[in-house]
Design a protein around this ligand. Sequence first.
Ligand code: FAD
Length: 317
Amino acid sequence: MKTLVFIEHADGKVKKTSLEAVAYAKALGGDVVALALGSIDGGALGETGKYGATRILHAADKKLDHPVIQVYTSVIQQAMQQEGADNLVLANTSLGTPVASKVAIRTGASFASNVMELPNTSSGFLVKRSIYTGKAFAWVEMKSAKKVIAIKKNAAELKEAGAAVSPTPFSPALDDKDFNTKVLSEEKASTAISLPEANIVVSGGRGLKGPEHWGILEELATTLGAATGCSKPVSDMGWRPHHEHVGQTGVKVAPQLYIAIGISGAIQHLAGVNSSKCIVVINKDADAPFFKAADYGIVGDAFDVVPKLTSALKAAK
Ligand SMILES: Cc1cc2nc3c(=O)[nH]c(=O)nc-3n(C[C@H](O)[C@H](O)[C@H](O)COP(=O)(O)OP(=O)(O)OC[C@H]3O[C@@H](n4cnc5c(N)ncnc54)[C@H](O)[C@@H]3O)c2cc1C
C-alpha cells in the first residue's frame, strides 16, 4: 500500500497538522510519499522524513505559491498517478478539505473529512468522524479501494520515526485555464502565534471585566509560549480582535492545552475547543458549565489565580 500526503507550509515551515498527516499515513502502514507545492526550503521540507515519509516530492514552480483549488487538485492527482498511490491523507483545513473532495471525485475514491483517529480495520475500513461542529461523531465505512482522508488536529501522535529525506523535484503539467483565481495580496492578522496552529491557548472571557485587564492573560500566554484567544462577547465588545474569537462562529482550536479564564463555557464556545487534549478552567463560579468539560479546574478569582500561576510557572522554568 502507498499513501500520498499533501503537505501545507507557511513561513518556510511545514505546518504541524501536515506532519500529523504524515504520522497518520505512516501508522496506516506501507510507503508514505509527501508532496509539497510552491516555494519552501528543501531542508525544512525534508523534516517530514522524520515522521515517516520515505520520499518527498517537491513541485517548486513559483506559480504554485498561492493555492488555487483546481490547480492543486490536478497536481495532487498527477502525483498520485505517478506514484501509484492508493490513498491520499491530508490535514482537514480550509485548503485541504476542498482539494481532497475534488481529488476523491476525480479518482473514484471514498472520501472522509474531519477524521479523528486511526481507522478500525478489523472488519472493513472504519473511520471516526467529528460531526455537528464537534458535538457528535459518526463511524463511517470507506468502501472504495482508493481512500482520501482529511484528518483533524491531534488525529495522530507526532513522534519521530525516521530521518530527514532530501526532496525530489516534481514537475507536473500545469494548465493555464486552471489558474482561475488570483491572490492579489496577503495580510497577516498579527505577528503573534497563530491561534489555529497553537499548541497552547490561553483564552479569556467576560469574567476579565475589560480590555485593560488582559495584561495578566498575556503574561501567562508569553510565559507558556501560547496563543491568546477569547469568547465571542469579548471580541464583539472590541476588547480583543475578532480573529481571537474561539467557538462555533469563530476559530476552532485543537491545542494540547486550552486554558479558559473567566469564560462560562456556553455550548457555542465549547464547540470550538472540544478537540483540545487538556482543558484547564479558571472561574470564580464553581457551577460554571465549563467545569463539566474541564480536565482540571480552579475555582477562584482570575485576578488572584492567574498572576500566581504565572509566577509559579516562571519559577519552575
Ligand atoms: C448563534 C450563536 C453563536 C455563538 N457563537 C459563539 C462562539 O463562537 N464563541 C463564544 O465564545 N460564544 C458564542 N456565543 C455566545 C455564547 O452563547 C455565550 O454568550 C458566550 O460564550 C459567553 O461568553 P463569556 O463566557 O465570556 O461570558 P459570560 O457568559 O458572561 O461568562 C463570564 C464568566 O466569567 C466568570 N467570572 C466572572 N468574574 C470572574 C473572575 N473575577 N474570575 C474568574 N471568573 C470570573 C463568571 O463566573 C462567568 O462564568 C454564541 C451565541 C449564539 C446565540
